[in-house]
Design a protein around this ligand. Sequence first.
Ligand SMILES: [Fe+2]
Ligand SMILES: [Fe+2]
Length: 240
Amino acid sequence: MKIETNTSVGDIAATSAAAASVLERYGIDYCCHGKSSLEDACRAKGVSPESVKDDIAHAITGTPANSTDWTTAPLRDLIEHIVAKHHEYLKLELPRIGQRVHTVARVHGEKDPAALHELEQVYDGLAEEMNLHMHKEEMMLFPAIERSEFAAQGGGPLPPLPFGTIANPISVMEHEHDSAGNALIRIRELTRDFEAPAYACSTYRAMLEGLKALEADLHVHIHLENNILFPRAIALERNN
Ligand SMILES: [Fe+2]
Ligand SMILES: [Fe+2]
């Protein structure tokens, strides 16, 4: 796909993980605001679309030839990848990072009470919401998408869905992604871009590293669902 300044950042990120990480580096939100054009997203960040395009072109050249193209791979493979890589990551890391957030609030709470207390609240809300969210995807939405793909490939008629059309739960999931995206923005603000204060102990630093990695992983995760899996599932249902 040729990248133009009016190409949406979601579509750009969908071309490769390398392109997505360039957008990530520029702080361009390609998951929850994936429909913005490259030009609009760059203007909002005060960067030149041309330099972003150049960086993407360089990054793509170095992409391994065997990396999967999720815009064409079977949806069941994409779902398996999302669950194995991103859901499993969250199930493992959310409690670990949460422990550090609570320890830091307990130990350093009085040095920065407003920010550290709010960080605990925002983090706990995000963790609870993501656990529920992943459960709904794994138990309801993803199996429905897999059945829909199976039916489309001639494997049998699509059984009636308990929630009407696939587009219904997808719009709920997108709404929950927006909420998670807002929590990540607030976490970045509260930690001042994950910058450790002078008094930070090793737990504090590990907490910031964990939160930064969580943000990067969730951006890719939400992008794969919002910009690739969900539109492809809706198109599949429409054509069935
Ligand atoms: Fe997910
Ligand atoms: Fe999701």
